[in-house]
Ligand binder design. Structure first.
Ligand code: BDR
Ligand code: CA
Length: 310
């Protein structure tokens, strides 16, 4: 039986690849896509999510609009990485499928209450505002979540948006704190692993050779890799968010360690830092499986094979 997931997202080219990978994978049943403000404002993320579903010819997927700003802080966006629309690259047609009327947070709460306990996995690949709001509003759902597999944070790699913090956690650290303290089984894909999932020319050309959808994916990676290559001097750009979906399909591609992770919410200097106790120095109980390494060739082979099926 396919594993039921809800993707909570702020697309974003790498979010888009994660969504395509999920839609291409029979091991997963996507119950819905909940959008949040992050890489770009909510009006763009909701439009982009529908464009991606239409690209994959999956107009049956329900897309929900969620929170348009973090719990307490002002929204910080990342157009400098993803472009004005968040999905710059080949321009996709405006979506014709409708956005659901229900708010994303209400959908999360209703689904977790109606599906069998422990059967739904949440996959947040943007700021954690929707998930934390649902937990605050309906604490009874917390024990019903099977697992949360999220992209966010960093340890050895430290920060990408400030010297101390990764973007998804930095944008809404209060939300991240709620999720990391919830007691739900967490799997975390930090920059330490996503920065090992780099695009290369042959990997991008393999996408491009797949036909229309592969060409679109190649145009996205071409667009955002210029930023990372300039910044890090790396050969390509990290495909952060698809690591979450790949872990659900092929966990053997990854290794990590169960550790305690706390979120900095007080100091402006280190706001949003994931204080990851990799060496177990605090004796605080582990609350997350923090992933550290990836078989990057296996990851790109999986991605290419699956996108070829769309
Ligand atoms: C994360 O931030 C966003 O820009 C990406 O989509 C990814 O979710 C990486 O820090
Ligand atoms: Ca994202």
């Amino acid at each position: 039986m396919a594993r039921k997931i809800i993707i909570d997202t702020d697309p974003g080219q790498d979010d888009a690849v994660a969504i395509l990978l999920a839609l291409a994978s029979p091991e997963l049943e996507v119950l819905g896509i909940t959008c949040v403000a992050g890489n770009v404002p909510l009006s763009y993320t909701t439009t982009n999510a529908r464009k991606i579903c239409e690209l994959a010819k999956r107009t049956d997927i329900r897309v929900f609009a969620g929170c348009d700003r973090p719990l307490r802080r002002k929204l910080v966006t990342a157009e400098y990485v993803h472009g004005k629309t968040g999905l710059d690259g080949v321009e996709l047609p405006a979506p014709t499928m409708a956005l659901q009327d229900q708010h994303a947070v209400d959908f999360l709460i209703e689904t977790l209450r109606t599906e069998p306990e422990g059967s739904v996995t949440l996959v947040p690949i943007g700021p954690l505002t929707n998930i934390a709001t649902a937990m605050q509003r309906a604490p009874d759902i917390i024990g019903r979540i099977g697992q949360i597999v999220l992209m966010g944070g960093a340890y050895f790699e430290v920060g990408n948006v400030t010297p101390a913090a990764e973007f998804n956690i930095y944008v809404d650290p209060q939300a991240a704190e709620i999720v990391f303290r919830s007691g739900v089984d967490l799997v975390v894909m930090p920059l330490d692993v996503t920065h090992k999932a780099l695009t290369t020319r042959p990997r991008i050309e393999a996408f491009r050779a797949l036909g229309h959808i592969g060409e679109v994916v190649a145009s996205w990676t071409d667009f955002f890799e210029r930023f990372d290559m300039e910044k890090y001097g790396s050969e390509g750009a990290p495909l952060h968010d698809p690591c979450t979906i790949a872990w659900l399909i092929a966990p053997d591609l990854f290794t990590g360690r169960r550790i305690n992770v706390e979120i900095e919410t007080a100091s402006e200097l280190t706001m949003g830092m994931t204080v990851a106790d990799w060496w177990g120095v605090t004796k605080r109980p582990a609350n997350a499986l923090f992933i550290g390494s990836i078989d990057d060739d296996g990851f790109y082979t999986l991605l290419t094979e699956r996108i070829a099926t769309l």
